[in-house]
Design a protein around this ligand. Structure first.
Ligand SMILES: [Cu+2]
Length: 348
C-alpha cells in the first residue's frame, strides 16, 4: 500500500516535472530556436533517465538448512519479478539457483528502485528433533538502503515495535527503498535466529547491489581514472570475507546468471574485459586484500591502490580491466595462516 503510493507519487512528480520542462522549452522556441532545441533535448534526456531508473521488485525468499545434515543455514530464492515504470513485468527467477546458497542470492537493484521481499522460514526442517520451535524467527536485515521501522528485520527486543521475522507458520514481508543516494554494495543478513544478533555466522548473509543511476563505474586505465559504462562490466564477483575464507558468488552480466562458487573460489574472466569485485567483511578479523599485478580506484580515498585493509563489517567495491592471471588473497597474518587465497584466471 505504502509502496504503491510512493511509486505512484514519484511517477506523477516525474511526469509533472518533465511536462514543465518541456513547456518551458517550447515557450523559448519562438524566440531562440537553438536554445529551446538544446533545452528540449536536455529535458528529454533527463526525463528519459528518470523513466528508466525506477523498477519495482517482488521477491520471495526462504531460509533453510544448507543440507539436512549440516549446521549451516542459507537463503534461497523462490521468485523474483521486476516491473519497470512502463508496467512491463519480467520474471528473472531463472537467474538464480533454486538451492539455498552461501552467500545468499545477490539482489540487484538500480538506484531509485523499490523492492518488496517476502521471507519464508523452512528452518527448522520439520521432523528434525534438534529444532522444533514454531516461533523461532528468521529475518532479513539490510544495510545501506531506506526502509520503515517494520522492515528492520530485528526483534521487538531491539526495535521496541514488533518481531520482524518469518516463523515456520508465518512469512514476513519487507520493503526496501533504494532511494537516490543509496548506490553501493550492501550486506543483508538474519538478525533474529537463535540470538538477538541472528544466525549470520551460520550462513544467513548475502549481498544487495544498488547500481548507480549514472550507469557508470570508475576504473583505472593506465593510471587514469575513467568512468566506463556499467553495461561494460562482464562479471561481478561477490566475495564475502569471513574470518578464515572468502565465500563467493559469480554473476555473468550477459545472462544475469548467478553461480555459487563457495569457498576461496577460482574466478574466471576473459582478457580485456571489465569485471567488478564486491568484498564484504564479516566476523572479527582485519584482512589485507591484494590482487598482485592489478591496481584499482579506491572510492574512499579517490586514489589508485593495490591493496586494501578491510575490517569487520566494511566493504570494498572496485572494477578492473583484466590482463594477466593472478590470485586474490588476504595477506594479513591471520589470512596467510588460514590460506585465504583463490586463483584469478584470465583467458586470453
Ligand atoms: Cu548488519
Amino acid at each position: 500500500m505504502n509502496r504503491n503510493f510512493r511509486a505512484e507519487f514519484s511517477a506523477r512528480a516525474d511526469s509533472v516535472l518533465c511536462a514543465r520542462r518541456r513547456t518551458q522549452s517550447i515557450s523559448y522556441y519562438s524566440e531562440w530556436i537553438t536554445i529551446s532545441g538544446i533545452l528540449l533535448v536536455v529535458s528529454f534526456f533527463f526525463c528519459a533517465g528518470n523513466v528508466a531508473a525506477q523498477n519495482n521488485h517482488r521477491i520471495e525468499m526462504y531460509a533453510k538448512k544448507l543440507l539436512p545434515e549440516y549446521e549451516y543455514l542459507a537463503y534461497g530464492i523462490l521468485r523474483h519479478e521486476v516491473t519497470d515504470k512502463n508496467g512491463l513485468t519480467t520474471d528473472i527467477t531463472s537467474r538464480y539457483t533454486t538451492a539455498p546458497i552461501i552467500p545468499g542470492p545477490t539482489i540487484i537493484m538500480d538506484e531509485g528502485d523499490v523492492a518488496e521481499i517476502t521471507l519464508y522460514s523452512q528452518v527448522p526442517i520439520p521432523g528434525n528433533a534438534a529444532h522444533t520451535d514454531l516461533h523461532e524467527n528468521v529475518s532479513l536485515h539490510v544495510h545501506g538502503v531506506h526502509y520503515d521501522i517494520v522492515s528492520d528485520g530485528t526483534l521487538k527486543y531491539i526495535n521496541l515495535f514488533q518481531d520482524e521475522g518469518a516463523t515456520l507458520v508465518q512469512s514476513y514481508t519487507y520493503r526496501w527503498n533504494a532511494a537516490y543516494g543509496t548506490a553501493g554494495t550492501w550486506a543483508y543478513h538474519d538478525h533474529n535466529m537463535h540470538t538477538h544478533n541472528g544466525a549470520e555466522d551460520k550462513g544467513l548473509y548475502g549481498a544487495l547491489i544498488v547500481n548507480p543511476a549514472s550507469k557508470t563505474v570508475p576504473i583505472n586505465q593506465g593510471g587514469n581514472i575513467v568512468n566506463v559504462p556499467l553495461s561494460s562490466i562482464a562479471k561481478d564477483y561477490i566475495l564475502y570475507v569471513i574470518d578464515d575464507a572468502f565465500v563467493g558468488t559469480e554473476i555473468d552480466n550477459q545472462t544475469g546468471q548467478q553461480t555459487p562458487i563457495w569457498v576461496n573460489p577460482a574466478l574466471f574472466a576473459q582478457a580485456g574485459t571489465n569485471v567488478r569485485f564486491h568484498l564484504i567483511a564479516m566476523g572479527t578479523n582485519f584482512h589485507q586484500f591484494k590482487l598482485p599485478g592489478y591496481s584499482w580506484f579506491d572510492p574512499v580515498t579517490r586514489t589508485i591502490i593495490e591493496e586494501k585493509v578491510i575490517g569487520p563489517l566494511e566493504k570494498h567495491v572496485f572494477a578492473i580491466t583484466t590482463g594477466a592471471n593472478s590470485s586474490y588473497m588476504d595477506t594479513s597474518f591471520e589470512g596467510k595462516a588460514q590460506n585465504m587465497v583463490g586463483s584469478f584466471n584470465v583467458n586470453p
